[in-house]
Design a protein around this ligand. Structure first.
Ligand SMILES: Cc1ncc(CN)c(N)n1
Length: 232
């Protein structure tokens, strides 16, 4: 396997998730192995870049939880509603990590909430919500998947990279969060859900439009990292 290119075991061979990832291979690669991610890996990412990113990510997660709540509303079964409710709980737990970093920088929750959302944060979160409002549960889950699954893949790539700075990496607790068994299970579940909905909701016939959504979300993810680098 090439260095830093561990794709993980997300989605089944031949399933919709892997078809979507393959259809947006360039945008996906630009997202999951963005220079920001490489800076996290070897610990060279400037702190102001991380700080800008993390504060915006806290704001991002609030809106992402709203999008997951829309997926509860649009869920096709009670089991799916439970899975989506668990995803909301996981996102809210994720924000605790952000608040711990912010507390180290002297920012409490009210101070973080008072930071205006950037264009990158608004465009990504509202795009996902719009896909969910305009489409059905599969459209929404495809818009959500690059976020949930992508960070699972990002963490696996970081761990697999020989340039990884393991000792004294200032971003280790961030890496640990997304490499954790809990997060990896969430990411695997999100990819498996895309595969299942692909079967039940006519994924093959809708491939062109679903690929457009997936690719756009992957591009918005890359832009989200980039705003951190641009702020440093
Ligand atoms: C922008 C973004 N994308 C994904 C994740 C992982 N939940 C996140 N925290 N932020």
């Amino acid at each position: 396997m090439p260095v830093g290119r561990d794709p993980g075991d997300f989605g089944a061979e031949g399933g919709l998730f892997r078809q979507l990832r393959a259809a947006s291979a360039g945008a996906w690669e630009a997202y999951v192995w963005h220079p920001f991610v490489q800076g996290l890996t070897d610990g060279t990412l400037p702190l102001p870049a991380f700080r800008h990113y993390l504060i915006q990510d806290y704001l991002f997660l609030i809106h992402f939880a709203r999008a997951e709540a829309l997926a509860v509303f649009k869920a096709e079964s009670l089991a799916a509603m439970r899975e989506k409710a668990a995803a909301i709980t996981a996102i809210l737990a994720e924000t605790e990590l952000h608040l711990r970093y912010c507390a180290e920088w002297g920012l409490d929750e009210a101070a973080v909430r008072a930071v205006p959302e950037t264009a990158e944060t608004v465009s990504y979160t509202r795009y996902v919500i719009d896909r969910g409002l305009a489409g059905d549960i599969l459209d929404l889950e495809v818009a959500l998947a690059p976020c949930t699954v992508g960070y699972g893949e990002v963490a696996r790539r970081i761990l697999a990279d020989p340039r990884r700075r393991a000792a004294g990496n200032p971003y280790q607790s961030w890496i640990d969060m997304y490499a954790s068994a809990d997060y990896q299970a969430l990411a695997r579940g999100a990819a498996a859900r895309i595969d299942a909905l692909g079967e039940s909701h006519g994924g093959t016939a809708r491939l062109a439009s679903l690929s457009a959504t997936f690719g756009e979300a992957a591009r918005l993810e890359a832009a989200f990292w980039q705003q951190g680098l641009d702020a440093a």
